[in-house]
Design a protein around this ligand. Structure first.
Ligand SMILES: CC(C)(COP(=O)(O)OP(=O)(O)OC[C@H]1O[C@@H](n2cnc3c(N)ncnc32)[C@H](O)[C@@H]1OP(=O)(O)O)[C@@H](O)C(=O)NCCC(=O)NCCS
Length: 145
């Protein structure tokens, strides 16, 4: 039976162990130290999805609450995939009252374009205008605590 899912931005409810366990094993945040994750949550608008009080999904929106937002670190735990949880999360993010009227909302994904396209995200029309400083090995030397 599909459980009732509840979305919350109350960071006191987040299961940081679960979030760290998942993210530190992903290709995009491999070996991220827990302290870095905790700081990144504190300074962002984060969303959790809960089933029977247990966290089953997470996403982080880095934003100035006025003009710009970057969607990051979205995942659903394997046991709850394929049930519309990421779509519930995306709808909650885009409907959030503090994320209205933004000039730009950006994300990066390797293979979930089809998910985000359902919510209006499109490939960059002018990728040559964007620049980045990218250090994918930033956590290699850090201790993973
Ligand atoms: C990608 C992920 C968040 C999808 O979560 P989910 O709750 O299982 O997805 P949903 O049931 O809400 O459905 C997702 C929808 O997007 C579509 N989709 C497009 N690309 C997808 C992908 N790579 N993985 C899963 N669904 C994808 C699905 O077909 C589905 O559309 P439909 O309902 O119209 O058929 C989940 O598989 C996950 O956490 N994966 C590992 C982490 C990850 O890759 N995160 C995204 C990084 S950008």
């Amino acid at each position: 039976m599909t459980p009732q899912y509840e979305v919350s931005t109350d960071q006191a409810r987040f299961d940081v162990g679960l979030i760290h366990g998942f993210l530190s094993s992903t290709y995009w945040a491999a070996n991220m130290p827990r302290k870095v994750l905790e700081k990144s949550i504190r300074h962002a608008l984060c969303f959790g999805v809960f089933a029977d009080g247990k966290q089953v999904a997470f996403a982080r929106v880095i934003t100035d609450y006025a003009t710009f937002a970057y969607l990051s670190d979205l995942f659903v735990v394997p046991d709850h995939r394929g049930r519309g949880v990421s779509k519930l999360l995306m709808r909650s993010i885009l409907d959030h009252p503090e994320l209205q009227g933004l000039r730009r909302f950006v994300l990066a994904t390797k293979d979930a374009h089809g998910l985000y396209a359902q919510f209006g995200f499109k490939p960059l029309s002018n990728p040559e205008d964007f620049m980045t400083i990218h250090n994918p090995d930033v956590y290699k030397q850090a201790s993973n605590t």
